[in-house]
Structures are given as C-alpha cells and as structure tokens.
Design a protein around this ligand. Structure first.
Ligand code: SF4
Length: 175
C-alpha cells in the first residue's frame, strides 16, 4: 500500500472529503499573508505555525514545491444553528486532533498543514525552540494559500450547507 493509500485509510470515516491538487497549481498570495500581519487573530509573532515564525512566502513556496502533490482533506460538523459557538469550538478541536495525529504519523516525510496556528501546547514556545517539532502543524493560510480556491481546485466543498462548519488541512505527497 502506498503512503497516500495508507493516509487515506487513516482519515477514512473521520474526514468528510478529500481531493488532490498539483502543488504547482497552488496560488501563494502575499495579500493573504498581509492579513496575517494585521494580527486580527492575535497569533502573529506568537506561534511557530504562523508568520513570521513559519517562514516567508518564498520559503514556504519552495518547501511546498518540493512535493508535486497535495491532498486536501476536510472535516464537516453539523451545528445546532449558525450561532452554535460551542459546537464550532468542538468541531475545531476535533479537526485539530485529526490533523495533529496525521502530522505525528506522516509528517516526518510528508508535511501536514492545518487550519490555524499550532495548538499542540497550551502556550507556544515561540520565539524559543519548538517543544515538539514532530507534532507541529503549520497553518495553510499562513502560507498565503486561499482556502476557497484550494477547495475548488481539489474538488472538495468549501461550504457544506447551513448550520455546518467545515475545516481544511492538507498533506504533501511525492506521488
Ligand atoms: S508544538 Fe508547541 S512549541 Fe511547537 S509550534 Fe506547536 S504550540 Fe508551538
């Protein structure tokens, strides 16, 4: 079984959808990266999974470009309604757990990029050395990758309907 097949088996039943994209088709947007610099989420300069610790767009483009393929995978959760913030929190935590598990299992050879900053530690060690580099998950959007475009290109739904929330991650492959 190839590594990609093993990965798909590992997420089957836990991920909602997955689809492949050539990394050469990824659009790295410096505009999106500027949104990180505005620090609306409060993680800029505080986490190794986010800018500036994650590296420059050029560095990320080069790192991601070493792998010809990316497999995008999503999790989808039903909420009680659009204001179900507790449900969104649980959904985000479940997605984070799946992404971190995949990073631990496959990340040494195939980097995994997740939704938002790395949340392995209660408080990131940044700017001191990362405590768990093997578990560290970097943010898809911090690389300047637009998730709406990514989902379209990979053939997975960005929005799965009213009162649902969908989270995205991706893993890089040689095949
Ligand atoms: S593993 Fe811990 S120290 Fe390393 S990036 Fe994640 S939160 Fe920060």
């Amino acid at each position: 079984m190839s590594l990609k097949e093993q990965f798909i088996e590992a997420i089957r039943g836990r991920a909602w959808e997955w689809g492949e994209i050539a990394t050469g088709d990824l659009n790295f947007s410096s505009e999106l990266r500027k949104a990180c610099e505005a620090n609306t989420c409060g993680n800029y300069g505080k986490n190794w999974g986010c800018p500036p610790g994650i590296g420059t767009i050029e560095e990320l483009k080069a790192k991601i470009g070493l792998f010809p393929k990316a497999l995008v995978f999503t999790t989808k959760y039903d909420l009680e309604d659009s204001f179900d913030f507790d449900g969104m929190k649980v959904a985000g935590e479940n997605h984070r757990l799946l992404t971190t598990e995949m990073q631990e299992r496959f990340g040494a050879s195939n980097p995994v990029y997740g939704a938002g900053c790395c949340t392995v530690c209660e408080r990131c060690a940044y700017p001191d050395a990362c405590r768990f580099p093997q578990k560290r998950v970097q943010a898809v959007e911090a690389a300047g990758i637009n998730v709406t475009d990514l989902s379209r290109a990979a053939g997975v739904k960005y929005n799965n309907g009213e009162a649902t929330v969908t989270y995205f991650s991706m893993i890089l492959f040689d095949e």
